[in-house]
Ligand binder design. Structure first.
Ligand SMILES: CC(C)(COP(=O)(O)OP(=O)(O)OC[C@H]1O[C@@H](n2cnc3c(N)ncnc32)[C@H](O)[C@@H]1OP(=O)(O)O)[C@@H](O)C(=O)NCCC(=O)NCCS
Length: 258
């Protein structure tokens, strides 16, 4: 699938320029390819740290290794632009369930911190969200035929989401499934627990023709007023979502100009 973002939805940004200024109340959403990139492949591979190199060599298939390196390398280049350091000088630390964060080393180094980010990748496409001062989760999903979508929905979605999904006309069911899945995964990634958090403990909208909304989180009063949820088809065949634990954030969408 060619990587051709819609210029109506994505602002093309020159990779050699500083990233746009990130204001409070904003999320910068970056869509990029894992198969073609604006920086030299060597510069992408060379900026990884030992932990990332160690992970890279353990992939069984070359294509997975190359895409992992492309994801981490471009993540480093983009984050380095915000911090104004060299990509190899970006230091990560990890939460209990593996969520990467910027290391405390970057706090108090004259950088604007805390900078929060979350990365997702699917097939050859990556989506990165960057924001200030709030937990963020991002997901991108390549749509594929799911003959067992009904079973997966019933096993994972909450009963009201399954009902909403079953009410969709047949031709919207595949989009509705991936819209719902990506929104739910973005939320559990924002929380940091990933799929260790029950996906049926909160409810989202899934109608592919309507804006994404968080409807409720079990035992969290007024959750929709406390969170931002964004979800769209980010490329033909790909659904993407961003969730952040702060109300009414503005999502600014960028992709890298090659
Ligand atoms: C996080 C999780 C939902 C990712 O699902 P996925 O669809 O395979 O992958 P995505 O492409 O959307 O996201 C992967 C990226 O999210 C980030 N990530 C990893 N763990 C994360 C977490 N717990 N929360 C949020 N983000 C996480 C990383 O940047 C990762 O990219 P990397 O592979 O380059 O390191 C899934 O791996 C999960 O539930 N992990 C937590 C539970 C677990 O397995 N823990 C054991 C590891 S310590």
């Amino acid at each position: 699938m060619p990587f051709i973002p819609d210029p109506e939805s994505w602002l093309f940004h020159d990779a050699m320029a500083h990233p746009p200024a990130l204001g409070s109340g904003e999320v910068h959403l970056w869509l990029f390819s894992l198969d073609q990139f604006p920086w030299p492949a060597q510069a992408i591979a060379d900026c990884l740290d030992d932990h990332e190199r160690d992970r890279a060599v353990r992939f069984h298939f070359d294509i997975h290794r190359r895409r992992f390196i492309a994801g981490r390398g471009q993540l480093r280049h983009l984050i380095a632009g915000y911090l104004q350091v060299a990509p190899r000088d970006v230091r990560f630390t990890y939460g209990q369930q593996g969520k990467p964060f910027l290391d405390a080393f970057h706090h108090g180094q004259g950088h604007r911190t805390p900078l929060q980010f979350n990365l997702s990748h699917s097939e050859g496409v990556a989506l990165l969200g960057v924001t200030l001062e709030t937990q963020i989760g991002v997901d991108v999903e390549a749509m594929r035929d799911m003959h067992d979508a009904g079973d997966v929905a019933r096993d994972n979605f909450s009963p009201s989401e399954v009902e909403a999904w079953e009410r969709l006309p047949d031709e919207f069911r595949q989009d509705g499934f991936f819209a719902c899945w990506s929104r739910k995964e973005a939320i559990v990634k924002a929380m940091g627990g990933g799929l260790s958090i029950p996906l049926d403990s909160f409810q989202v909208t899934l109608d592919p023709g309507k804006p994404a909304r968080l409807l409720s989180i079990d035992e969290v009063p007024n959750a929709p007023q406390r969170w931002t949820l964004w979800g769209k088809r980010v490329l033909p065949g790909y659904w993407g979502a961003v969730a952040a634990k702060a109300p009414s954030l503005e999502i600014r969408s960028f992709c890298l100009k090659r």
